[in-house]
Design a protein around this ligand. Sequence first.
Ligand SMILES: [Zn+2]
Length: 456
Amino acid sequence: MIFSECLIGKEIRRNVRIDVDEGYIRNIEVEAGSPNIHGLAIPSFVDTHTHYISYSLSLNRPRLDGIRSLNDALDFIREHIEDSLGEVVIMEGYDDSSWERGITKEDLDKITDKPLVLRRVCGHKAVLNSSAIRFLKGKFGDIPNLNEDTGLAVEDLPLSLSKYFPPTDEEIENAILNAERLLMGMGIISVGENASHRYIKKLVKLDKKNALKIKWRVAAYFKQLENIKDILDYESENFRIVGLKEFLDGSVGAKTAAFSKSYSDGSTGKLLKTDEELEYMMKTAERLNLGVWWHAIGDLAIEQALRVLRRSKRADKHRIEHFEFPREEHYKIAADMGVKLSLQPNFVRRWGNLDGMYRRLLGDMFFWGNRFSFLENLGANYAFGSDCMPPGPIYGILGAIYHPLKDERLSLETAIYRYTKTGAEILGDETYGEISVGKKAYITVLSRECLEGILH
Ligand SMILES: [Zn+2]
C-alpha cells in the first residue's frame, strides 16, 4: 500500500509505502512512488474518555442534538412525545447554552401528562415534568438533588438514569454491538469507556465469545466495585479494566463545577468528596493495580485532585478527567507529576467561543481553561477524548486547531497525535497508536473530503 500522505510521529510525509504482515507494520518507505490510496493515513484513533454504551442506548430515544432555540425544542418534544412506547418518555442531548432561557417543568407540563425526562447533553442536568416527579417518587421515594418545585435535577438522577430506568440485558448487548459499528465507522480502534457494572459484565460476556472487535479499556465506578470484584482480573486483547471513576465536581453548564470564584450569576458549585475519601479511593485503586479516573472541571476540584495525588508515590498511574479550568500553577504541577490527563477539545469547540457559554458563565475564569499549547510546551502527559459530546474525534480536532485563543491552538498533526499515540499510552497500551515498524497495523485514512472539511 502506498498512501499519498501519512502521519509519522508528528509529521506528514508524502507517498509512503507501508508493508504489513500478520497484522504488524514490517516496513515503511517514504517517497516510495505513486500512491494507490489517497487521503491522509493516520494511526487509528484512540478516544480516551467515552460513554459509547450509554450513547448507543440513547440512540433509541428521541434526541434533541443541534436544536438551537427553546421554541424549536418545544416543537420537537410535541412531535416526538408519542413515539415512545414506555411508561416514561426520556429525551436526550438538549443543549440550552444558546437558548433565550432554560426549559422548565411548566413548559413540559403544558405538553404532556406522560412522565417526561429531558437529559442535558452534559449528562449532569435534567428537567422533569410533574408526572415524572410523581412517578419517580412513587417508586424510589426522595431523589437526591431533584428540586420538585422547578423540576430540575442535577448530578444523581441525570448521571444514573439507567439506575432509575434500567435497560434490559438484551438492550445492553445490542447497544455494545451497535457502538462497535459506530466506532469502526469513525476509525476508532480503542476507547477509554466509563461503564456501569452491568455494562462491564456484558462486555466480558461478549469478549469471552470473541464478539468484540474494538479495544475496550474500562473505568468502573468506584461505588460499584463490589459488583465486579469477581471479574476485576479478567483481561484479554480487547478488554481490560484500567480505572476507577469518581466525580470530584459537576459541569459548567449545570453550574455544578467547583470554582474558587463564583459564576457570573453568583452561584457556586461544590466539591463532592473529601480529601480523605479520595485518598482511600486512590489507595484502593493502587492495591488493585488500577488508576483513579477523577472527573475534575473547576479549579477547586482540580486543585483537590492534585493535592491528594501528591500523596501517592505513583501519581503517574492516575488520571484526571477533563482538567478544564485549572489555574496556571495547576498545569505546571500536573505536568511535573506526570499525571495522566484526558482533555476534551470538543468542549472548546462547543462552549468555548469568546461569546460562548463558558465565557458567559465564568467571566475571566474562562481564560484559565483548556490551554492545549501551554500543556504541550510543559510536556504534560495528556491525550484527547470526546466524552461522546458528540461522539468521535473530528469535531474535537476542530476545537484544538481553531482554538478561540490563538496562542493555545495546536497543529493538525499534534491534535491527531494527542488522539492516537498518547491516547494509547494513557490507556496503558504500547502495541499500537503510531505508524511505525513493529506496531500493529491499525491505520485509518482521512479522505480528502474529510481533510478539506477540517482545513477549510
Ligand atoms: Zn464523561
